[in-house]
Design a protein around this ligand. Structure first.
Ligand SMILES: Nc1ncnc2c1ncn2[C@@H]1O[C@H](COP(=O)(O)OP(=O)(O)O)[C@@H](O)[C@H]1O
Ligand SMILES: O=C(O)C1=C[C@@H](OP(=O)(O)O)[C@@H](O)[C@H](O)C1
Ligand SMILES: [Mg+2]
Length: 168
């Protein structure tokens, strides 16, 4: 089975849904952010602060290439889709699932979060801008799941049933 890549904006639930999906499908789950943190030996926040976003994006691109491409769920960071190379790579090597979520719910989910360096400052304005810029990239996925107002279990069940359809 090809890799399953979960994409979507910060707060869409990629990390959380991926973990649960891994339990249900009995597949290993690798989170690109966690992998980078472990390889570099620093938190994402520290990497952004000390090495900058460009270096982080290079780590992210390299991680994507190095990680397994079969029998695995890869939960990505929200910005992985910025690089066309990454979008192409994921589409070629796996099934790309975009976890969509309405902005107002993303605001609520991330209201108290301090771990996402790109959202420091005017959080809602930053989120709206980034969200609109990235939406067309997320929409290049093989399939989209709307997570707005839905529980993790409901989303996971939806993904499992979509994966059973003949197309995949
Ligand atoms: N479907 C959901 N309903 C409510 N809260 C959610 C849902 N999915 C994720 N969350 C919450 O939103 C926050 C961000 O989730 P996370 O899995 O880290 O998202 P991502 O990896 O896409 O940035 C966490 O606090 C998580 O518990
Ligand atoms: O959207 C982004 O550019 C980012 C999303 C984060 O991951 P999550 O989407 O899991 O929050 C993390 O990779 C980093 O803070 C940058
Ligand atoms: Mg995450």
């Amino acid at each position: 089975m090809k890799a399953i890549y979960l994409t979507g904006f910060m707060g869409a639930g990629k990390t959380t849904v991926g973990r649960r999906l891994g339990e249900v499908l009995q597949l290993p789950v690798i989170d690109t952010d966690a992998y980078i943190e472990q390889q570099v030996g620093k938190t994402i926040t520290k990497i952004f602060a000390e090495e900058g976003e460009e270096t982080f994006r290079a780590y992210e691109r390299d991680a994507l290439k190095k990680l397994p491409k079969e029998h695995v769920i890869i939960t990505t960071g929200g910005g992985i889709v910025i690089q066309e190379e990454n979008r192409q790579f994921m589409r070629e090597h796996g099934i790309v699932i975009y976890l969509h979520c309405e902005l107002n719910e993303l605001f609520r989910r991330l209201a108290d979060d301090e771990t996402r360096p790109l959202l420091m400052g005017n959080k809602q304005k930053q989120m709206k801008q980034l969200f609109e810029q990235r939406l067309p990239f997320y929409q290049e996925a093989h399939m989209t799941i709307d997570t707005t107002n839905r529980t993790i279990d409901d989303i996971v069940e939806n993904i499992v049933s979509l994966l059973k359809t003949p197309r995949f």
